[in-house]
Structures are given as structure tokens and as C-alpha cells.
Ligand binder design. Structure first.
Ligand SMILES: Cc1ncc(COP(=O)(O)O)c(C=O)c1O
Length: 471
């Protein structure tokens, strides 16, 4: 589906008056989960006594309680009650080879026999992994590991500030670049400003400039405006598919245009490839778009879900500032992190890339997603709904109530967006009750082992969702 069609379809959804699944139906779904998961419930009851919200992760479905998992393999997970799930969340997108992919697991176990998880010392795996990344991603001249995508994003903007001597970081509304104080601004929903979190002093995001998604004119104006001021602009940071992994897609030519504007104003371009890196292509979104960023942030698939999944790579003259560059007048970007770049994480990068090459996982997962998108769109058409699905390779979006597309600059839309988000969350619960796990009820990821039979089960479950959404 192309950009124009996605925009038109989103407008159509936003125009409709959404109707939620009736409470009586949701009560039945909750009862079903309670009946199916008698062992999970006491786990959750204990958990909530020692952990706020009873779960650590934003994307875990919490109604009526978070189910406790005990096993995963390929595209499947099993809970403590032995219920089987087809997982379209895939560790928030980290696992493209599938859960517990045996050849990867075996290689990591071999290393673990001989070494601590964290030596805090150099290992041969760092060289091997970085060589693999460099082989596929031409913009990477040097690279350092971090402990998460959040940390890597923090490091990237610090390095950019040291290199340019400027302060402002420009991002786009809705884009998520981790949860550091300066970047927890205008996340998820464009124009939400600091709504997502209290406790962040204004000063922390005074140098974060967030622009309307896709707005090149606003980018040019802001580059002009801030370049004339003393603080100046250090970098533009983008998710190359568009905010929220392309849920708010960038128009064609957008990344190329940003590259040109950054060059014109002497500003660095940072690609946040935490989701796209090794999922769209082994060369990342930058290979797909043919655009070379100055710095790239990696996460998730970098270590295939093994801990310490973050890295920043890019131009040698910029990234060398981590160690303090004599030629740059001794300027220095301090970074840290005890478990970053540990042998197990770094070896998992090496083996993940090798195994993606060997299995053609990127294209196979993309093919499974194409198949699911087609089936979802056929279903929506059959049922005469304005809903639609689209994908970027194995990154799946299915739009039903589309809360992210509400323009919350109009105050009356804030409540409406919250309502639409609740409706989407309920879709996730109804799917879960039928053994299908998604990301928030409007997104997902396929892996190497998702099959057309899995997709048929997804469709069957979605037919049941549609039966209880009033028209
Ligand atoms: C585009 C993007 N950047 C950064 C992050 C943060 O990564 P992490 O959760 O590893 O801190 C995420 C997480 O989903 C992401 O999607």
C-alpha cells in the first residue's frame, strides 16, 4: 500500500465515529482468560504486590491480568497453564529468526561454557561482530555497543553535540527514541509534548525540537531559525520508516530530503534503526532508501533479544569522539555501561547476522507478513470495515481505531484519542484470549517461522473480534 493510500485510509478511519466492544462482551473475554489461565492469575497477584502494574513491559497485555509465560520456540509461546500462543510481538520485534532459535542458542551456550556473561574486557567476538555489521551497513566505519536502544540514542545525540558544538536536537512528533529525559518528548502521539511522563524538568527537553511528522518545510524553517542562534542544531534524528516504526509513515523521498537539508545546514543526520536494523534489510533502512546517515543507532535485533542490545555506529571522525579525539582538540563524549558489548551479546550479533544470511530470514518473514496483510485486508473488505493493514517487510500495522492519527492539538481530540487507544487495547485482549499475541492490538512482527497456517489462525481470531465490534 503506498503512502497516499495509507493517508487516505487513515483519514477515513478518523472520520468515523468509533464504537467500542461492549463491556458485556469484554467481561466474557476476561472470564475466558481467567478460566484458561488459573496458574497465571496467582503469579500476577503476587507480582503486583512487588512490582508496579504487575509487569515490566509496556507491550504486555494487562487485561484481565498479565499472563505468565514459561516457554518459547519459533513463532510460539506457552504460558504456565500450557496454553499455546502464536506470537506476533516477537520480543518487541527483537527475534526475526524466531524465539530460542536452536542454532543461535547453541553457539551462545558454547561461549557461555568458557566465559562469564560479562568479562569487562575485549573479546574476539567484538571484532567479528563489527566486521559483519560493517560488511552490510556501509555507513558504519566504527561502532560501540550500549546496553539498550535508549542508551544508544542518548550516546548518539551526545556525540553529535560534541562534534558540532551545537545543542538542539530535532525529532519528529510521535517518534520514539527511548525514554531518556531529553527524548521523552512528543512520543507515540504527535503533539503530545511532555504528556507521557511527569518528573522531567523542563530544562531537559528545552533543546529537543519536535516537528510535525513528515513536515519538510517545518524542518527547513527550524534548521534556518536555530542555525542563526547561538545554540544551533547538532542533529536531526529520525526513524527512517516514520514515527512508531512507520505507523505514521514518511512520504516518499523524505529521508533523501532530510539528508540534503542536513548537509546544507551542516547538521548531523542520525538514523534510529532500533526496529529497522536487520529487519528491513541486513543493510538497514539506509540501504533500502539509499541514504547514508552520519550516525546509526541499533538495538533489539542487534543481539536477537540477548541483553545489552544497543549500539551507535557511523563516521569515524564523529564516533572517535567517544575516546577523545586529539585532532578534534581533545573533545570528548563520555559514555559508559558495565555490561555493554559483553561476549554473549556481541557473539549473538555475529551469529544472528550469519544465520539471517543463511536462512534468508528477512525475506521469509516479509513474505509471511505480506500474506497476513493480504488476508487481513480481504477480511476487512468482506466485513465492510474501513480498517486496513499494511507492512514494511516483516513490520505489520493494522489500523482499526488509529489513535495515533488524532490531531490532539485540538483539545477535544485528547479524550477521543484515549478512547480509541482503549478500543485498540481491547482488540489485543480479544486476540490474546484466542491465542494470538500482537503489539498493542494494532501492530506486529513476523519471524522466520511464521507460516500461512499461523496467519489463518490470526484471521480466524480477527473474524471473532469483528463479530463483537458494533458497526
Ligand atoms: C525506534 C526506537 N528507538 C529506540 C528504542 C528504545 O530501545 P530500548 O527499548 O532497547 O531502550 C525503541 C524501542 O522500542 C525504538 O522502537
Amino acid at each position: 500500500m503506498d503512502y497516499e493510500e495509507i493517508q487516505n485510509r487513515l483519514k477515513e478511519i478518523i472520520k468515523m465515529t468509533p464504537k467500542a466492544i461492549p463491556d458485556s462482551e469484554m467481561a466474557k473475554i476476561h472470564k475466558k482468560i481467567e478460566n484458561n489461565c488459573p496458574k497465571s492469575k496467582p503469579f500476577f497477584d503476587e507480582m503486583i504486590k512487588c512490582m508496579p502494574g504487575g509487569t515490566q513491559h509496556q507491550m504486555v497485555i494487562k487485561q484481565p491480568f498479565a499472563v505468565t509465560m514459561k516457554k518459547s520456540l519459533g513463532a510460539r509461546m506457552w504460558d504456565v497453564d500450557d496454553n499455546e500462543y502464536i506470537d506476533y510481538l516477537m520480543s518487541a520485534g527483537a527475534c526475526i529468526l524466531g524465539h530460542c532459535y536452536p542454532p543461535l542458542k547453541e553457539e551462545i551456550i558454547k561461549i557461555y561454557h568458557d566465559q562469564d556473561p560479562n568479562l569487562y574486557w575485549n573479546s574476539e567476538w567484538e571484532i567479528k561482530a563489527i566486521k559483519e555489521i560493517k560488511k552490510h551497513v556501509p555507513s558504519i566505519e566504527r561502532l560501540q555497543y550500549f546496553q539498550s536502544g535508549t542508551e544508544a540514542d542518548m550516546a548518539a545525540i551526545r556525540i553529535a553535540r560534541v562534534f558540532t558544538g551545537k545543542d538542539k536536537i530535532i525529532k519528529f512528533g510521535g517518534a520514539y527514541h527511548g525514554w531518556s529525559d531529553q527524548l521523552t518528548y512528543d512520543i507515540h502521539i504527535p503533539f503530545s509534548g511532555n504528556m507521557e511522563s511527569d518528573g522531567i524538568p523542563r530544562g531537559c527537553y528545552k533543546d529537543t525540537v519536535s516537528l510535525p511528522p513528515s513536515d519538510l518545510k517545518a524542518l527547513e524553517d527550524n534548521l534556518k531559525k536555530w542555525s542563526e542562534k547561538r545554540s544551533g542544531v547538532a542533529a536531526v534524528i529520525v526513524e527512517p520508516l516514520g514515527p512508531e516504526s512507520g505507523a505514521i509513515p514518511n512520504p516518499p523521498g523524505f529521508n533523501e530530503a532530510i539528508r540534503e537539508l542536513c548537509d546544507e545546514f551542516g547538521v548531523l543526520l542520525i538514523f534510529d534503526e532500533v526496529v529497522t536494523g536487520f529487519r528491513l534489510d541486513l543493510g538497514g533502512a539506509q540501504k533500502v532508501f539509499g541514504v547514508k546517515p552520519d550516525l546509526t543507532v541499533f538495538g533489539k535485533i542487534l543481539t536477537h533479544g540477548f541483553p545489552s542490545a544497543g549500539a551507535v555506529g557511523g563516521r569515524e571522525d564523529i564516533i572517535n569522539l567517544i575516546t577523545g579525539d586529539v585532532e578534534a582538540g581533545g573533545k570528548h563524549a563520555f559514555v559508559g555501561g558495565t555490561i555493554r558489548g559483553n561476549p554473549l551479546s556481541v557473539a549473538s550479533t555475529y551469529w544472528t547476522i550469519k544465520l539471517i544470511e543463511r536462512t534468508n530470514a528477512i525475506n521469509k518473514a516479509a513474505k509471511a507478513t505480506d500474506n497476513l496483510v493480504k488476508k487481513l485486508n480481504d477480511l476487512f473488505e468482506r466485513d465492510d470495515r474501513p480498517y486496513f493493514a499494511h507492512n514494511h517487510k516483516s513490520i505489520l500495522h493494522f489500523e482499526t481505531y488509529s489513535p495515533l492519527s488524532m490531531d490532539i492539538r485540538m483539545p477535544e481530540n485528547i479524550e477521543k484519542a484515549v478512547f480509541r487507544k482503549k478500543c485498540v487495547d481491547e482488540i489485543a485482549v480479544v486476540l490474546l484470549s484466542q491465542g494470538i499475541i500482537t503489539k498493542y492490538g494494532n501492530r506486529g512482527f513476523c519471524c522466520l517461522s511464521h507460516s500461512t497456517e499461523d496467519n489463518d489462525k490470526f484471521i480466524k481470531a480477527f473474524e471473532n473480534v469483528l463479530k463483537i465490534i458494533p458497526k
